[in-house]
Design a protein around this ligand. Structure first.
Ligand SMILES: [Zn+2]
Ligand SMILES: [Zn+2]
Length: 67
């Protein structure tokens, strides 16, 4: 099963997407999906990357001193 449902801007709705024939040799790892409704191809490879968060950023609550 390579089909997945994604929101398509062209179709203005959620459409089933399927992996198009890949000419780049990606095979099953091809990061592209094509809308079955309009044929628009989208890249979904970014979803496979691990979410990285900048280190060292912490929320610091403002301290209010009561006089
Ligand atoms: Zn590909
Ligand atoms: Zn579409």
């Amino acid at each position: 099963m390579s089909d997945r449902e994604l929101y398509c801007d062209t179709c203005e709705g959620v459409q089933p997407f399927e992996a198009p024939p890949c000419a780049d040799g990606h095979g099953a790892d091809c990061p592209e999906l094509a809308c079955t409704g309009c044929g628009a191809a989208v890249m979904v490879g970014t979803f496979a990357f691990p979410a990285t968060q900048p280190a060292g950023r912490r929320h610091r609550a403002p301290r209010h001193r009561a006089a």
